[in-house]
Each structure stands twice: as C-alpha cells, then as structure tokens.
Design a protein around this ligand. Structure first.
Ligand code: B12
Ligand code: SF4
Ligand code: SF4
Length: 308
C-alpha cells in the first residue's frame, strides 16, 4: 500500500449506490476528547447495567486497538423517517423499530462496501460496524462531517435531522478526510425541557438510567420503582427528544428504503394482543424486528408498567 490517498469520490459514489444517504471520512486517530468524556460518563454510572459499554472502553477510544494499521474511518448513515406519526396515549414504539431491524439492512451493505475496498485498494483490510462494535459511532459521525452531536445526544444531519442510523468502516486504506460537522443547536434547549424523566442531565449528556429508551429496551429485570409508571406510553424506545427537535420538525424527509416502512401494527400496536402472545407466536410475528431484543417478557413488563 502507498501513503497516497485513494479516491474518496469513488468510495462515496459506491456508498450512495448501496443506498446510504450520507457518507463521510475521518482520519483514524485516538479520540482524546471524546474518550475522556466517555470515561466520565462511565465513572458517573450513566451506563446503568450496560456493562458491555465499560468492558471495551479502551477500544472505543482508539480505533488502532480494534484494527491495527487503521488509517481512515468511513461513516455512513441511512435515513429511516417514514412520515407516520405516533399515536397519542399508550403503546408507543419508537420510530427506529417500526420496520426491519437496521442491523440486518445496513450490515450486508457495509459488508459490500468492505468487499469494494478490498478490490479497489489491494492489500488493505477493513472492518465494518453497526451499533454493536466497540466504536463511538456518534463521535466519528461528527468528525466525518455527517452531523453534530445534538444536546439530546444523537447525531443531527442538516438535511434529514436525526432520523438516521449510523454505520462505520475502519480501514487501513487512506482517504482524504472530510471537515468535521459544526454544532448547530445554538441556544435551543427544547429536548432538555421535553424529556419527561430529566435524563438529559446536562447538554449533550444522557444518563441512560433515567432514559426511557434504556429502561424499555436495555434494562433487564424489574423496572426501578422511580420510573415504573413514568414511561409516558412508550413500550419500546422513546422519541420525545427527537420529535421536538426543530431540525426534525423542519428537515425530515421520507426514506426510500422499503425495509424501514412500518410493519403492520407497529405504529400503534395492540397491547392486549401482545400480553396474550406466547414465546413461539412472538418470535414468529416479530422475526427480524428490533423488538426481538427485549423479547415478549420485556414487552409485557413495559406494557404492564403503563398501568398505574
Ligand atoms: C449505548 C447506546 C444507547 C444508550 C445510551 C444513549 C447515549 N446517548 O449514548 C441508550 C440505551 C439510552 C440509547 C438510546 C437511544 N439510542 Co442508542 N446507542 C448506544 C450505542 C450502542 C453507544 C453510544 C455510546 O457510546 N454512548 C456513550 C456515551 C458516553 O456517548 P455519547 O452520548 O456520544 O457521549 C458523548 C457526550 O456525552 C459527549 N459530551 C460530554 N460532555 C460534552 C460537552 C460538549 C460541549 C459536547 C459537544 C459533548 C459532550 O461526549 C461523549 C463522548 O463522545 C450507539 C452505537 C455505537 N456503537 O455508538 C447507539 C446509538 C447512539 N443509538 C441510536 C439510537 C437511534 C438511539 C435512540 C434514538 C433509540 C430510541 N428511539 O429509543 C435512543 C436515543 C436516546 C438519546 N437521547 O440518546 C443511534 C443514534 C443515531 C444518531 N442519529 O445519532 C446509534 C448511533 C446506533 C446506530 N448505529 O445508529 N442508546
Ligand atoms: S429518549 Fe426519551 S427519555 Fe431518553 S433522553 Fe430522549 S426524551 Fe428523555
Ligand atoms: S432540540 Fe434543540 S438543543 Fe435539542 S438537539 Fe434539537 S436543536 Fe439541539
């Protein structure tokens, strides 16, 4: 491999051909600032029971520990906004979970991008991640110019708001990096004011233990008494801080990805029916859906918590 940069434009064209709405490149280096903030976040206990966040913290701060010789971090995003709106009241599922699981949609596309890289840059090696790897995806998205970290702690793009999933490719191939995105939150604090559980403890910092998305999806076992009856109608995830964000109310655009269209009954699920499903029926009905993560037990816990 040479030290010369490869053609970023070809790479970006390929990523767009694969269906990604955004693609950007960051220089692979240790994440000093974001890494220190991650350490503070972990030390404050904000990860709750997500022990996997702390276990691979050193890798999250330094992509060189994940892929030795890494030169570039390629970040892609995919719009998942569909135009459907949440019902009032109980039984709300967050938008990201209405369609097929994004890991299954983005994974094969990222694998294809890695195959393209292997062909175009002989001798290079690349690894892709979507969500589950030891990679600070939001920090890389900001550095690669995809969007900035909003005060509600998700990444906002200027053209599709924050309704985008992120994916990352670490590669030993060198590409010209893009400019980092700038923070466009300004003096706005709508998300902080709208969060019903005060989970945004300071701008840009979410205490997961207070966040309805964590409580309904990641928390295992009984819900803490403080939050049991404060889920605000959410049974899987929470979109409040994103729904109130002016970047989303003004810039959301409908996705062209059919896999993200709401599956039948997902926008307003029949909670009585869900309470009656057994394991087998649940797995059949929710095959390939993000709701598999909590399983029927978790969903039942969340539905029961709606009733005070
Ligand atoms: C753990 C996790 C969660 C946790 C913790 C949330 C969080 N804010 O990180 C929980 C379960 C609560 C969660 C919820 C959701 N998640 Co989540 N989650 C992750 C995961 C796996 C890791 C994120 C992480 O590293 N968090 C640790 C903290 C420390 O990171 P951080 O928030 O970026 O913290 C930074 C700030 O605190 C900042 N900071 C601190 N002080 C200061 C000061 C200043 C001035 C600044 C600028 C910054 C700053 O520095 C820290 C380090 O960068 C990522 C996937 C990945 N591998 O990256 C998906 C991910 C972030 N989640 C995602 C989604 C979609 C969601 C939900 C919207 C789902 C839903 N509707 O229910 C909610 C959003 C809740 C929210 N408001 O954040 C998407 C976000 C896409 C996007 N556009 O940004 C991701 C990227 C998955 C993906 N591949 O698409 N998630
Ligand atoms: S997802 Fe819901 S609970 Fe979590 S920070 Fe946003 S508004 Fe608050
Ligand atoms: S609601 Fe306002 S402060 Fe919060 S993320 Fe959106 S623009 Fe930033």
């Amino acid at each position: 491999m040479t030290s010369k940069h490869n053609h970023a434009e070809d790479l970006k064209a390929e990523a767009r051909r694969l269906g990604f709405t955004h693609v950007g490149i960051a220089r692979a280096e240790s994440l000093a600032t974001e890494g220190a903030r991650l350490e503070t976040w972990l030390a404050n206990g904000f990860a709750g029971t997500m022990g996997w966040m702390a276990r691979r913290a050193q890798e999250r701060m330094d992509p060189g520990r994940v892929l030795p010789g890494v030169r570039s971090v390629i970040v892609v995003a995919m719009n998942y906004y569909t135009g459907a709106q949440h019902p009032a009241g109980e039984g709300k599922v967050s938008r990201y979970a209405w369609g097929d699981d994004y890991h299954d949609v983005m994974g094969p596309k990222l694998a294809e991008l890695c195959r393209w890289l292997a062909e175009r840059v002989p001798g290079s090696s690349s690894r892709w991640y979507v969500d589950t790897g030891p990679v600070l995806e939001k920090a890389w998205a900001q550095r690669a110019g995809i969007g900035w970290l909003g005060k509600h702690a998700t990444v906002i793009t200027t053209d599709h708001g924050s309704w985008v999933f992120l994916g990352v490719v670490l590669t030993t191939a060198a590409f010209e990096p893009d400019e980092a995105a700038v923070d466009r939150c300004g003096t706005c604090t709508r998300c902080i004011e709208a969060c019903p559980t005060a989970a945004i403890v300071e701008p840009y910092v979410v205490d997961a233990r207070r966040c309805i998305a964590y409580l309904t999806i990641e928390h295992r076992g009984a819900l803490p008494a403080e939050f049991e009856h404060r889920l605000e109608g959410w049974i899987f995830g929470c979109d409040i801080c994103q729904d109130v964000c002016p970047w989303n109310t003004k810039h959301s655009t409908e996705t062209s990805e059919p896999a993200f269209q709401p599956r039948e009954g997902m926008v307003q699920p029949d909670t009585a029916m869900l309470m009656d499903l057994d394991d087998t029926a649940f797995n059949k009905r929710f095959q390939g859906s993000p709701l598999q993560r909590t399983g029927i037990e978790g969903l039942r816990r969340n539905i029961s918590a709606q009733k005070s």
